[in-house]
Design a protein around this ligand. Sequence first.
Ligand SMILES: NC(=O)c1ccc[n+]([C@@H]2O[C@H](COP(=O)([O-])OP(=O)(O)OC[C@H]3O[C@@H](n4cnc5c(N)ncnc54)[C@H](O)[C@@H]3O)[C@@H](O)[C@H]2O)c1
Length: 254
Amino acid sequence: MDTALSGQVALVTGSASGIGRATALMLAAAGARIALVDRDAAGLAAVAIDIGPDARTFEADLGNGGSLPGLVSSVLEAFGRIDILVNSAGITGTSATQPQSTTDFTDAQLDTILAINLRAPLILVREVGRHMVARGGGGRIVNVSSSAAFRATTSPPIYAASKAGLNALTRTAAADLGPHGVNVNSVAPGPTRTSMLADVDQYLEEMVKSGPLANLTQKVSEAEDVAAVIRFLCLPDSRQMTGQVLHTSAGLVV
Ligand SMILES: NC(=O)c1ccc[n+]([C@@H]2O[C@H](COP(=O)([O-])OP(=O)(O)OC[C@H]3O[C@@H](n4cnc5c(N)ncnc54)[C@H](O)[C@@H]3O)[C@@H](O)[C@H]2O)c1
């Protein structure tokens, strides 16, 4: 039995699906108790069953920033502490009916994408960071960014800007929280087989072999590929890594 994280509590947003779900399962397998946060109640319930008694679900719309201090309080009430925060929830905010180019997006798209992808992580880092500093003993924060923050093409502008903001948050939070033993890092996945890319699922194998999203291994990333790096960033082994953006895009960005 893996006990590397036993006694620790991880709050994982977006854990009803994809990278957040895979991360929650891996952190639980390493012995952590998990606060599963998502707006998808059915998805949360399914993951909670997979994990067992060490998981609790917290249904929340991260687009509602005002509710987030209360969410963190509820997690602290339930578990008594938070050692790990993973900000995985995110949206591209793009669809066939909602294009997103530099000259074509709505103010509503802008507000929604920034609220979920950037404002919520900022508030959660503030709230959980305060708790970690007050508690003492350190902690880990991992933000799920994107290769989109580093690419000019095939990169929706609001989404890309939100992820670039997350990388800036990672650096400044790492500086502020480092003296308190809290390490803050980002991972930047390339195209990864999750429900976020369900629309293009049938093209993924081709996409990673040729064209602007081709990667160096020519293999599609799975949610577990990204989650394994997040897990590493939560382990004592990575104690001297902070303020970094780790590219988990198979060399799409080098
Ligand atoms: N899949 C990819 O190709 C890819 C590539 C780069 C980065 N990412 C990033 O990875 C992260 C995880 O995405 P994924 O691929 O696992 O997608 P996913 O759609 O499988 O999971 C995203 C989760 O976030 C939740 N969520 C969305 N909006 C929310 C809100 N307002 N409140 C609460 N929960 C909300 C969804 O319900 C879902 O469970 C995202 O931040 C995404 O931007 C994904």
